[in-house]
Design a protein around this ligand. Sequence first.
Ligand code: FAD
Length: 462
Amino acid sequence: MPINDDVVVVGGGLAGMTAALAAAREGADVRVVTKAESTLRQASGLVDVLGYLPDADGPVVDPFDAVDRLPPEHPYRRVGVDGVRAGLALFDAVADYAGGHTDRNALVPTVGGSVKPTARYPASVAAGLASDERDALLVGFETVVDFDAPLSADRLAAAGVPFDASGVTVAFPGDFRADAPVTRLARALDENERVEREGRAGVGESLPVRRALAERVAPHLDGAERVGFPAVLGVDDPDEVRAGIEAELGVDVFEVPTGPPSLPGMRLESEFEAALDDAGVAVTAGNPVVDFERDSGRVAAVVVERNGARIPHAADQFVLATGGLVGKGVDSDRDGVREPVFDCHVAAPDDRYEWFDDDPFGDHAFARFGVSTDDELRPLDAGGDPEFDNLRAAGAVLGGYDLAAENSGSGVSLATGVVAGQRAGELATADGEAATGNRDGGESAVGSEASEQTTASGEGDP
Ligand SMILES: Cc1cc2nc3c(=O)[nH]c(=O)nc-3n(C[C@H](O)[C@H](O)[C@H](O)COP(=O)(O)OP(=O)(O)OC[C@H]3O[C@@H](n4cnc5c(N)ncnc54)[C@H](O)[C@@H]3O)c2cc1C
């Protein structure tokens, strides 16, 4: 028996979770169907709305002001400034982030020693802003090789930040393996595990790891009023970890976003998963949508494959949020570029040499590949008509923008997720009878085989 909901969202990344929350706010019964981890675990955890405009020099100061200067096919032009603001408002209600006090971008130091314009940043990053004039010490760990603190400090200085930056690399305290994952170090800090050190007269003694870390860093402070570490300061309790080290060192502590794996990204994902749980959104995780059923101009159901079985998930409205080229929400082969779930049209030049630029830092057409939509975010066919009446798209599956070049990844996911989800929720709940009809089969299906892998908190992840 098929599973029935008001709204089914395909894809559980930032765009899909946002769409699901927006639809649930409209009173719809919502299900997210997702196959694997999203790119949040690779991303920095920063929420970039718009850092750079195509063909303009320098970073964008106010992303809202800049929306009108984007090309007409850009997703922000579809949803408008109101959509961008609605996306951030939903984000602010879910996540405990900073940056909402102003429309202007903040400048956050990166592991590479550059500064990145961003709209929202975790509290753990706040003391590190490049606009802060307090001198900073960056501390790297010998085993966390993607953050070279002395090099980052040199580059920040060369970039002209208004403070003195210095860097040092120390061994993370304790007897951790050289290849210990960053999550192991972060959990040691969460638990404030005791670590061994050689005490007076060569006698071994143990002390809490946060204190041991502070003791290693203190001799290098040299007047610095804030200290930045790679983003490994706790998985579950970053505020407590930071506060503990701050108390030992007597200066502010911040994280420099690192990854993958990205702890700030993982923490953000947990906050969104908790919000889905609170909103009563069902999550069916760990299996792909491989097909769909059509009912004239509408999607009737998506088909999830699980252990060789094909399980239809019917709904009144659907949102496609399967990500871009990285997560294979948009795929390509010798014959062209495709959107693999609903086979929505994706425009691309026939000549594959036109997909990329010879200059690695040039303007690559492939970076903008994705479905194009109308103002309701319905994917359009090659003739410019909606592919389906009841399908909307959000996030990196959309074309017309280059998230890496613009620094707009999370912003587009939030803005288009909220607009697609809200509209889907409105439509699914507007026709009460249709929605009730949909749910009739659903109640009895809750005890069916698909419910075994379904929780609101994403249990059942692979
Ligand atoms: C390396 C990296 C770094 C980034 N850094 C930043 C940053 O610093 N700042 C910023 O703002 N943004 C950043 N981003 C962008 C941001 O993290 C997201 O990529 C962006 O918001 C797109 O999210 P999404 O939900 O559309 O897609 P994704 O995160 O790709 O999620 C898509 C989801 O759909 C699922 N899925 C795909 N196909 C199917 C299917 N057939 N059936 C079921 N489920 C399916 C996938 O498993 C996945 O869970 C970065 C991205 C990457 C890859």
